[in-house]
Each structure stands twice: as C-alpha cells, then as structure tokens.
Design a protein around this ligand. Sequence first.
Ligand code: UDP
Length: 484
Amino acid sequence: ITVKPGAKIADYKAYGSLYSSVLDFMEQAQEPIDTLKGKTVWMINSTAIGGGVAEMLPSQMRILRELGTSIEWLVIEAKEKSFFDLTKRIHNAIHGSGNGVFTEDDRKIYEAVNRNNLAKALEFINDGDIVVVHDPQPMPLAAMIKKEKDVSIIWRCHIGLEDDTEVTDAVWEFLKPYTNDYDHFVFSLPSYVPKSLKSRSSIIPPAIDPLSHKNRELQLHKCIGILYQSGILDDHKAILYNRYNHLVRKVMPDGSFGTLDEGTNLNLIYRPIITEISRWDRLKGFKELMEAFIKMKLDNRKNGDPDSLDYKQIEMALLIMGGPDPAFVSDDPEGEEVLKELIETYKEVDSAMQNDIAILLLPLDNPKENALIVNAIQRTSSIIVQNSIQEGFGLTATEAMWKRKPVLVSNAAGLKFQVVHNKTGQINPDPTNIPALSKTMAHMLNNPKDRDKWGFNGQLRVIQNFTLFSQLLSWLEVLSANKN
Ligand code: UDP
C-alpha cells in the first residue's frame, strides 16, 4: 500500500511546547532507529481503508521513513466471505462475545486464505526483516513466513477484554498454533494480555496524529464548507463547488439510501448535535444510542417545561450516526447486517422523530474526503458518544477529545482508560441501560459549562498521553528489542 505524503517532523515541532513529546522522541529515537538499519519492517493487515489500524499506519510510517527506517505495508488478499465470517467471530471472541466454538473446518479456511498470500509475501520479505501483523486476520501468515525466512514476527492486537472468560480462553486456544511461533506481542492495555503471552508482550496504547486530515484544525468556515459541499448542510451555493457532493449517502425514512441533495439536508447549523461515528458493528452500541436519544426526547416532551432553555436544547438536538458506506467495506461481513438492523429500527420510528436522527454512510473509498467530513462533523458536534459494548481502545473518543469535545462513553475497558469521568466527559457504565444513557445525554446537553470544561481537559489529556510520538517511541523499542 502506498502511503501518501503528509506532515513532516518539522511540522509537528513547529507547535513548540504543545508537542514537547516530539522533542523527547527525537532525542530518544535515534538509537533504536540505528539498530534497524538494513532491515525492513513489514506491516501486514487486512484492509487499506476503514477502522483504527488503517487510520494509524500511514502517519507512523511517514515519520519512521523520514528518520531513515525502511517500513512497508502489505494488505492480504481475501475474497472468501467464509474467511471474514470466521475472522469476525475470532474478533468478537477476543472481545468475549459469541459462543467460542471454533472447528477444524474453521482452521482450514483460516490457513487456506493465509497460505494463498504466502508466495506474494515471500517475494517481498527478506531474511533479517521484521514482520508486524495487525489483528487476527493475517495471523497465520507470519507464522508461515517464519518457516521460510529468518524473520522476527510480532503480533499487534488492537482488541481485548479485561477479564478472561470461557469464550476468550477458547479463542486463545484456537490461536495457539500461531501464537506459539510469534516472537512478541503488542496489546493496547495490560489487562488484555492473556496469561500465556504475558512474558512476551508489550503495551502500546493507540494514539492519533494531530495533523492528519482527520484531526487537523478546521476553522468554523471550513467545517461549514465541507458540510455544505457534502450535502449535510443545505446551501444552493454548494452546487458551485460540489467537491464532496454525493459522497455521503443518507438513510431515508423508508430505509432506502438517498443522497443528501436539496430537501434531504439536515439543517444542522442551529442545532446541538450528538454524534457517534464508528464501523457498523453490534459492539459499537448504535441501536441502544438511538433508543436512548428517542427516550430523551419523549421524556422531555412529557416532563419538560416548554419555555425553558433546557427543554429547547433537547427538543432541537440532532443525533448523527455515521459509519462506512458498506459498499466499500470488504473485511467486515457483519457491517451490512448490523446497518440493516439499525435501519429496520429507524424505519419504525415516528416520522417527526426521524427528522432528528441521521444515519449517514461515509465515503470510505475517498480517504481524504472521508477524514475531512468526519473531522467537520466531530468539530460541529456538542457531544461525541462512543456507546461501545466492548472497545479495545476507541480512537474515535481520542479524536473527539483532541477536538475539545466532551465525550459520553461506556465503561468498556479501552474507553474507561481514555476518558476520566467528570473530568473529560461522562462514563455511562452500562451502554445497554437506555434510561441511564438517555439521562446522561440530557444532563450533558443541559450543562454547557461542564461540556466546555470536559472538552478542554480532554484535549490536554490527549496531548499528554495519546499523540503519535509517544506511541512511536514504544514501537521503536519493541522493534529494536525483537529484531534478529
Ligand atoms: N472512521 C471513519 N469513517 C467511518 C467510521 C470510522 O473514518 O465511517 C474512523 C474513525 O474516525 C476512527 C477509526 O475509523 O479513526 C475507528 O477506530 P476505533 O479505534 O474507534 O474503532 P475500530 O474501528 O478500530 O474498532
């Protein structure tokens, strides 16, 4: 995969004390970088677009390349639905969901698809190189490569569950033939490391690139421009520079997919917006969020004082649920089904209420436009929600905090680690508890001063803990300690 040009180290340095981590990084990076001379680091995953892995790799690779490290990115080729059905089951099981049953037929599918990618990988990879595999899909491939070449192999797991369960035990048992061959493992949190891998693991919490299109500063007029041009806001002038027009599709009241042409716009400029942007995954808690939003509105109409500001805030609120247009997602077979379920629920919603809820399909095949649209939506939102039932580490929450937005999250392990309750947002313990979620949302909408405070603290927390450079230093340490 080719990585497009982007920000350079000097660009980050220009932010001075805000990015003191860049300066620390530059001081400490040289030694491990030198130990990697003559080797290539190969990142392997299952998709070039969508999700946290594809989000983080380009920025990391750009910086390491600028410092002289040879680093490349390979994406496995797989068309078989049965393969992605299986890897999604493995993914869910690592999160503790599903029945944890994996059969020898599953193993055959898993290995066959990985084996189909072996010859191609061997053309690129040389003795002495380091192979980093992301998530379960390509896990057997590196073990196969290691049998042919003298390479070190590292598995980067972006998911996890705090406590071992029968299901997680079963999936780790299924993966054992491959994990046995790996030299090292990287998890996002200490509690995600299964006992059997503890002695060979490091912890690297994911981080965001503050200067990427997803996160770079967008002035208000830019945000409005992007939202106009993608049709999310209505403006006849948008026709003049319709760069993003028709890139975003919207779920219409009858459940069909429409474009955001005149008449279907959301008129969001005067409204407080509550946003969740994620893959269409049951574990992201979209359906529960929509139910809680509806309950908040209905309770307000029943019990609120129509003359009060609080009442109006809630009455005007708009919920945006955005996710990848399923037409462009190849590695998540569940996505389409989960979106369909959400649409079925949306179709049943009373038509006036439907106008307060927007399900948007974002253009994953245009990564820059997708990133700018997500950036603009996040920046125009009053509250960013990540209502995940399970979450290894929610980049979306970090992205929101970086943008000074108060976040409303569940206490899924990753989110609990990122967000400090009452300081950078609110943690609603149970994402399936609709009344509690609805109450917390109303409380946040009606307390702008708290929102501002939480947003500010969140931004500081991200600068101190979750930006690119601290993560890269940990990576360099892992790579140089595990080279052959
Ligand atoms: N994302 C996006 N467009 C979408 C949905 C998600 O750009 O339609 C991005 C989102 O901004 C974030 C990443 O995909 O950067 C998701 O990472 P996260 O860690 O939140 O969840 P994952 O998908 O890895 O489970």
